[in-house]
Design a binder for this molecule. Structure first.
Ligand SMILES: [Zn+2]
Length: 256
């Protein structure tokens, strides 16, 4: 039985912060801080003391609540070393492979450049939980603001090789819009059609579509499926490397 409790906190319009609480040690971490208010509300309701802040990347809507939360709870702020200047209140600069401890749980830092060059994902090994920030979304992926297609594809390829049952948490609730694009490039994908039925229902009820799983994303997310013959046919790209297919998909999505 797991001793970890998870709360997804919706901030602003569509940002997610995720709280992870270890009942045994009493420690609590948050992945990204789009807005301090809603995060504090959940912490107060649950009676949790925030001990760790983890930032996946330096964008404002992921670090905005850092200082207010640090001041109130004394939490230590962890974020990518590459962006040490841009992350407010940074205490621990992380590189690929660095480990963070939450009680007895071990959390691995995975460098995933592309959306930003410093972007990292966090993986709770024992529980198979992935916090992908703005690198991987359900049915989509982040825009390439700083990296190129080959770099970002390599990052996504790392994430899709995590165990199938890994639960995927992301920085935004973008699933519905992502899925509309996915249907245009792979209309014959039955798993995608089925998932979109679920997503539309959840969206209509105002419920989160996350977490997803790595298995689900591998079956439905076009950005993890550059091998798909249907996608390649849609794009008119047959015998090319996966990263080129990925790059073309990303470009089309930017204009969608
Ligand atoms: Zn971002």
């Amino acid at each position: 039985m797991t001793r970890l409790k998870i709360r997804q906190v919706l901030c602003h319009e569509d940002n997610y912060a995720v709280l992870l609480h270890d009942e045994k040690s009493g420690e609590t971490l948050i992945v990204d801080t789009p807005e301090a208010g809603p995060i504090m509300e959940v912490l107060e309701t649950e009676g949790w003391r925030l001990t760790h802040i983890l930032n996946t990347h330096h964008h404002h809507d992921h670090v905005e609540g850092n200082l207010a939360l640090k001041e109130k709870y004394g939490a230590r702020i962890h974020g990518p070393a590459l962006n040490r200047e841009q992350i407010p209140g940074l205490d621990v600069a992380l590189k690929d492979g660095d480990r963070i401890a939450l009680g007895e749980y071990r959390i691995d830092t995975i460098a995933v450049p592309g959306h930003t060059l410093g972007s990292v994902a966090f993986y709770v090994c024992d529980e198979r939980i992935l916090f992908a920030g703005d690198t991987l979304f359900s049915l989509g992926c982040g825009r390439m603001f700083e990296g190129d297609a080959e770099t970002m594809w390599h990052s996504l390829d790392l994430l899709r090789h995590l165990p199938d049952e890994t639960r995927l948490y992301c920085g935004h609730e973008y699933t519905l819009a992502n899925g509309e694009f996915a249907l245009t490039v792979e209309p014959g994908n039955a798993a995608l059609a089925e998932r979109m039925e679920q997503v539309r229902k959840l969206a209509a009820e105002g419920k989160p579509t996350l977490p997803s799983t790595i298995a689900q994303e591998k079956a439905t997310n076009p950005f993890l499926r550059p091998e798909s013959m249907e996608i390649r046919k849609t794009l008119g790209m047959k015998a090319v490397e996966n990263w080129r297919v990925f790059g073309e998909l990303r470009q089309r999505k930017d204009q969608f």
